[in-house]
Design a protein around this ligand. Structure first.
Ligand code: NIG
Ligand code: FE
Length: 412
């Protein structure tokens, strides 16, 4: 089917020459076409231009009048844990009462709490709840999502989670990438024997995940109280032999060395980054690793905020993702992430939009297909409600500004 959207007040993030990502000062530039149209053929962006353009197509199966509205590429959410067995609002209350994320984890709460429940839940229950999360995110403007395992923490349960993610890929219109996160926490039965668990991840889990082609990427929670740089090095080395590129949790709780070991293995992204200093910035510059900040987790846990201004001013690219998970960020709303980016990290709206579209597309390996409005890319985009300006998107932080979402060229 063909769809022609006309009288678009602003067509945002248009691109003629494909870029992999934008870094430093270039993050503050957001290419916009005013008074525009866009033509969608089947699942692709076929053409776009200005309303007074002679080449404007006259016919289409469906014509949408977008007077007063804007069109944006759908958000790419490059870091989530949205396959989980149950919400964890009781821990949230513990946090309100003053316990830290690490204290909750030490008492067997946190990731281990989810891992216990993961053993009992069926694949179909997991699948049904994840489908609901994906639907909600899609209607809030998201067109691509990365999903991690990591609540299984034994071979069978990790495989179960990854099989659910595979079914989601086959069933949901949103583009999905899957990441194997066996090293998310040390399971209770391996307490005091952390390196034995790392051996299990390396010798049993990774070979099975790879042989059943269940993951696109590999992740490790490389941080204080979780996995060490040495553990991470061993796991990434093993994963590399199976062609699994890393996307790792790094420097959320301390200057953990996670960024350095991620860059050493040419990670596609290093994520969280609350503890990023001059040494970490230097290591990241001129690499293919996307620094990814997760405002939802920092906000929800009341952490220090990653030094995003300093990172961008030093010339780095930055991507933003929701980190949707039951423990540290129970929201997959990328519109809210846009607002947090400007309010908490002082990113200007243009930077925040680049970070949630093109740069986050790169951080999950879909930048050739999504993240901008470009001819030939997948038609994953949304039409906003009538809004006065682009700046209104992060400004109106509690409102849903998305009116119509189009995924794979189909109106949802
Ligand atoms: O990205 N930091 C580690 N992992 C998750 C939290 C997972 C959980 O608490 O369930 C995160 O924030
Ligand atoms: Fe995470």
């Amino acid at each position: 089917m063909s769809i022609l959207i006309e009288n678009i007040k602003k067509l945002v993030q248009v691109e003629d020459q494909p870029r992999k990502f934008v870094a430093g000062k270039a993050m503050s530039k957001l290419p916009v076409m005013e008074d525009a149209w866009i033509m969608i053929e089947k699942d692709r962006i076929a053409s776009f231009g200005k309303m007074d353009d002679q080449l404007r197509p006259a016919i289409a199966k469906k014509v949408i009048d977008a007077t007063g509205k804007m069109v944006f590429p759908a958000f790419c959410d490059s870091h989530t844990h949205l396959v989980y067995p149950a919400s964890r609002e009781i821990e949230y209350v513990d946090k309100i009462k003053g316990l830290s994320y690490e204290e909750i984890a030490k008492r067997g709460g946190g990731i281990l709490n989810s891992a216990r429940k993961m053993q009992e839940i069926s694949e179909s229950e997991l699948f049904d709840s994840a489908m609901k999360h994906l639907d909600e995110m899609m209607y809030l403007g998201t067109g691509a999502v990365e999903i991690k395992s990591g609540y299984g923490l034994n071979t069978e349960s990790e495989m179960k989670m990854l099989r659910v993610i595979r079914r989601l890929k086959e069933s949901h219109p949103i583009t999905i990438k899957s990441t194997f996160l066996g090293a998310h926490a040390v399971p209770t039965e391996y307490k005091g024997k952390q390196s034995d668990y790392v051996d299990l991840v390396i010798n049993e889990m990774i070979p099975r995940v790879a042989s059943e082609e269940l993951a696109d990427y590999v992740d490790v929670f490389c941080d204080r109280g979780f996995f060490t740089v040495e553990d991470t090095d061993r796991i990434l080395n093993a994963a590399m032999k199976y062609g699994l590129r890393p996307k790792i949790h790094a420097n959320e709780l301390d200057y953990s060395g996670g960024i350095q070991v991620g860059v050493k293995y040419n990670a596609l992204s290093v994520d969280h980054l609350e503890y990023t200093g001059d040494a970490e910035i230097k290591v990241l510059l001129n690499t293919e690793t996307m620094p990814t900040v997760l405002p939802g987790a920092a906000f929800f846990l009341g952490m220090v905020y990653a030094p995003v201004r300093k990172m961008i001013d030093a010339g780095l690219p930055v991507a933003l993702a929701s980190d949707f998970n039951p423990g540290s960020s129970p929201s997959g709303n990328m519109q809210l992430i846009l607002s947090m980016a400007s309010i908490l990290y002082k990113m200007i709206p243009e930077e925040a939009i680049n970070a949630t579209t093109l740069n986050s597309a790169y951080a999950m390996g879909v930048e050739e297909e999504q993240g901008t409005i470009a001819v030939g890319k997948k038609a994953n985009l949304f039409i906003s409600k009538e809004i006065p300006s682009i700046e209104f998107m992060p400004y109106a932080y509690g409102s849903n500004k998305v009116e119509t979402i189009i995924i794979n060229g189909i109106i949802k």
